[in-house]
Ligand binder design. Structure first.
Ligand SMILES: Nc1ncnc2c1ncn2[C@@H]1O[C@H](COP(=O)(O)OP(=O)(O)O)[C@@H](O)[C@H]1O
Ligand SMILES: [Mg+2]
Length: 368
């Protein structure tokens, strides 16, 4: 996938801006506050219908303007152009228009333009709460697997209903409910299928991760474990095995769940554990090790998405080289050279044979 061009109107600090990136590695440089991160944010909007900074859409609207418009042209591996427009107004909220047709369910657009990001704030994936790691894995699988995304949405819905029912049963002091039995079975089925997909994903993903990590760090042995809240699972569990395990556990903890009015096991409580030399990274690793681990997660995500979709994702890397030593920077550039189109932001210019360096000041800023 390649971005041929994008224009920004009233998007964050850009009143109007046109960006025509080259294929290969683009290095976008300019002073702090010049709008480099905003450029990546706009591309991410077009690829995945929302920004990667995690802020609500209205915060991307330029102060005192009443709409923003992003208009982009991507070109896929078959050389077909895809035109994506995002229009936001306070009244109508966000509209996503792909090749002149409006997309009503945004999830339908996911996966059409595969894309990976790196941003320094995403370090929370490595050292933050378990929910951050779950979001990482869910987002990655969702980009390639429609069914997973549908399951995930269904799971959230049933989970909410089940928690509400647990609360109700607690309030009326009742333990036996046919409704609870039905909902539990429903939830266990979706839970098993989500966990099954996550474990399958991890085995392929980790194959890429290990290979890349050994290029960046020698003498460090990384591992990624899936810790299932329902209990211990075998290395390569079947769907049936997972379903039985979850169902059995639900029977055992029924009283406890009603007392606490919450669903206590399932994919929303499972954990991904990152280890280096058998020690948990969020407890023992240095800042540098955590950052390298995060970069490696993202580079592996690229390989995974390429392998599954047959389409090379776009790489949007915000400030990826700050705080990295020369050697690591060179190694990462070496990997990125094999990765299709990459857009990297940086406060300073970098000279390198395979980089197209672009100053943000040189961009067209007139709509006429
Ligand atoms: N909604 C908005 N309207 C106008 N300016 C904004 C808005 N949101 C952020 N900005 C400003 O845009 C500028 C560029 O931000 P950013 O893209 O993070 O720059 P950089 O990455 O180059 O440091 C910042 O000065 C920020 O305050
Ligand atoms: Mg920035």
């Amino acid at each position: 996938m390649r971005l041929k061009s994008i224009t920004y109107e009233n998007f964050r600090n850009h009143r109007f801006l046109r960006f025509n990136p080259s294929s290969g590695i683009n290095l976008l440089y300019g002073p702090n506050g010049s709008g480099k991160t905003s450029i990546l944010e706009g591309i991410h909007f077009c690829a995945l219908t929302k920004g990667f900074l995690g802020s609500p859409d209205n915060e991307s609207l330029s102060f005192s303007k009443d709409y923003f418009l992003l208009n982009s042209i991507f070109c896929d591996g078959n050389n077909s152009d895809i035109n994506v427009k995002i229009i936001y107004t306070k009244e109508k909220d966000k509209q996503v228009i792909v090749n002149s047709s409006e997309i009503k369910r945004f999830s339908q657009h996911l996966g059409r333009i595969p894309c990976i990001t790196f941003s320094p704030q995403e370090i929370v994936i490595v050292h933050g709460a378990p929910a951050e790691r779950r979001r990482f894995i869910d987002n990655t699988i969702s980009q390639t697997d429609r069914r997973y995304l549908d399951d995930l949405l269904a799971y959230r819905r049933v989970l909410l209903q089940r928690n509400a029912l647990l609360l109700h049963l607690y309030e009326i002091d009742e333990r036996n409910s046919d409704m609870l039995t039905i909902m539990t079975e429903q939830l266990a089925k979706i839970a098993a299928s989500l966990i099954y997909a996550r474990i399958k994903f991890l085995s392929l993903f980790f194959y890429h991760f290990k290979a890349l990590y050994s290029l960046l760090m020698i003498n460090e042995d990384p591992a990624i474990l899936y810790r299932c809240s329902a209990g211990k699972i075998s290395e390569d569990p079947s769907l049936e095995e997972l379903y039985s395990l979850i169902s059995l556990k639900f029977k055992q903890i029924k009283k406890q769940e009603i007392a606490r009015t919450q669903t206590l096991i399932g994919p929303h409580r499972d954990e991904l554990v990152f280890l280096l030399n058998e020690k948990e990274i969020k407890k023992y690793a240095s800042q540098g090790q955590m950052r390298t681990f995060l970069i490696c997660l993202k580079l592996s995500q690229h390989r995974y998405l390429s392998e599954i979709t047959g389409e090379e994702p776009l790489s949007l890397l915000d400030d990826v080289f700050s705080e990295l030593d020369e050697k690591r920077t060179e190694d990462i550039l070496g990997i990125l050279e094999t990765y299709g189109q990459t857009i990297i932001t940086s406060a300073s210019k970098k000279e390198h044979s395979n980089i197209t360096a672009l100053s943000i000041d040189s961009f067209e800023k007139n709509s006429s």
